[in-house]
Every structure is written in C-alpha cells, then in structure tokens.
Design a protein around this ligand. Structure first.
Ligand SMILES: CN(C)c1ccccc1CNc1ccc(C(N)=O)cn1
Length: 246
C-alpha cells in the first residue's frame, strides 16, 4: 500500500509511522509513505503557500496552486489511482468501518491543512473525501493523517502477527475490549479474576465476551445500539447486569 501525504511538515507524519508495527510494515515493504511539501511548488521568491481570507477575518487560508501542484506530483509518482482524503473538523467521523474500507485500497493521498484550512475550490476540485478523527480542533491535519496511517496500516495483511491481530478482533465487532491482566496473580492492587487462571478456555472466552459487552453497555451504549448482538450475547449482557445488581 502506498500513502502520499501533502503537508507543510511531511517529515512529521513519516516520523509517526516510523515506530512499532507500522514502522515494521514500512521495513517489510507492506506500506510506503511519501511526503510532498506544497512549499516546494510555491511560486515567487517568498514561495507563498497561504494568503489572507476574502471577506476578512483572522488567520490565513492555504492557496490553491501550491496544493494543486503537489497533489499532481503525488498522483503522477505512481500509476495506481488514488483516493484523496482531506483531514478536517468538517469531515465525516473516522470509524473502524471507514478504516477497514480505506485499508482495502492500494493508494491513499492524505491532504493536511494548516492555518484556517484550504481554499474551498481546491477541496471541491481535488478532494474525494473529508474525514475528521474527532470533534476537536488541531493546529494542523498532520496528527489526523498519522492516525489514519496507523489505523489503516495495522489492517494490512502481514502487518500484525497472530497475537497482535487477536487484539484487533476485539474491536472489530464494534464492542469495547475486555480487561487484561498479567503477573503477579496477587498484588496489593488486587487479585486476577479466577476464571483467567482456570485454564478453561471456553469459560475464559465467555467471561471476556461478557466483560466486553458489559463495558460497552456501561461506557458506550451508543456502540451497543449499533452492534448486532446474538442471543448468546444478550444472555451474557443480562448476566453481567444481574451481577452488578447483587
Ligand atoms: C487548523 N484547522 C482547524 C483546520 C481547518 C480546516 C482543515 C484542517 C485544519 C487542521 N486542523 C485539524 C484537522 C483535522 C482535525 C480533525 N478533527 O480531524 C482537527 N483539526
């Protein structure tokens, strides 16, 4: 998979992708990341990439042409067609389902805005999708781009080993994860739930599913509404709630 990042700080996103499983994906050739800086395509001796907003008001707006030229350079760098994604607070919320869809593509071009954003005409002409990583404002789209790179890379075949992808699964079905424990069994902070020490793998899986369902119900009932629960799931959740009522 190839991801091109259009940014005034292209090394920012490359650095975020240099660690851990995503860094490993790069070393294995499963993911290639390329940065393009609009300033390299800006005309004039000041190489302007922004200018004042028509209509007045504070801040600056990114100019069309440097972005357009850097997007063209990124597209032309590889024959595969690319989906252009603009990271902005005005975008559609990023969900795991959207991450899965993006991970199925061979190329993505991520456009990172700075200042107050980008001239709307460039967005209309060049952007396929606007995506937001959450309802908050960042000083630039680069952190949002790094989030997309990480979330997408881990879903690519061969990036995660079996153990790591098992962790991924717990979020795949739209539920929160169960609690995790490791040594020591006894600690001043409390014991490890006995079922996890039982060696009874069916019971352990049952307990973990109950915990995932229960925590989702407690912390994110909105996710629970969207999740399709089996009859067995509903029974487990009822049991979880009974245990609370005790
Ligand atoms: C400077 N701003 C406000 C801006 C305005 C318009 C576009 C991009 C930016 C860059 N900032 C971003 C980007 C993304 C997100 C997000 N929630 O995904 C939050 N902030």
């Amino acid at each position: 998979m190839r991801i091109d990042v259009i940014s005034l700080f292209p090394e920012f996103v490359a650095q975020c992708a240099a660690f851990g499983v995503v860094g490993r994906a790069g070393e294995r050739g499963l993911l290639s990341l390329h940065g393009w800086n609009p300033r390299d395509y800006a005309e004039g001796n000041y190489r302007r990439v922004d200018d004042r907003p028509f209509g007045g008001g504070p801040g600056m707006v990114m100019l069309i042409e440097p972005l357009r030229a850097s997007l063209r350079a990124a597209r032309d760098a590889d024959p595969a067609p690319a989906k252009v994604i603009y990271l902005s607070p005005q975008g559609a919320p990023l969900t795991q389902a959207k991450v899965r869809e993006l991970a199925g593509r061979e190329r993505l071009i991520l456009l990172c805005g700075r200042y107050e954003g980008v001239d709307e005409r460039l967005i209309q002409a060049e952007v396929d999708e606007e995506i937001s990583i959450g309802d908050y404002v960042l000083s630039g789209g680069e952190l949002a781009a790094a989030v997309v790179v990480d979330a997408v890379a881990r879903l690519r075949e061969g990036v995660l080993n079996d153990a790591e992808s098992a962790v991924q699964d717990s979020f795949e079905d739209g539920l929160l994860d169960c609690p995790h424990y490791t040594r020591p069994v006894e600690h001043e902070l409390g014991p490890v739930p006995g079922v996890l020490m039982s060696g009874n793998h069916a019971q352990i899986a049952r307990w973990r599913r109950m915990q995932a369902l229960g925590r989702t119900w407690q912390r994110r009932p909105d996710l629970l509404d969207e999740a399709t629960l089996s009859k067995a799931d509903r029974k487990l959740l009822a049991e979880f709630r009974e245990q609370l009522a005790v």
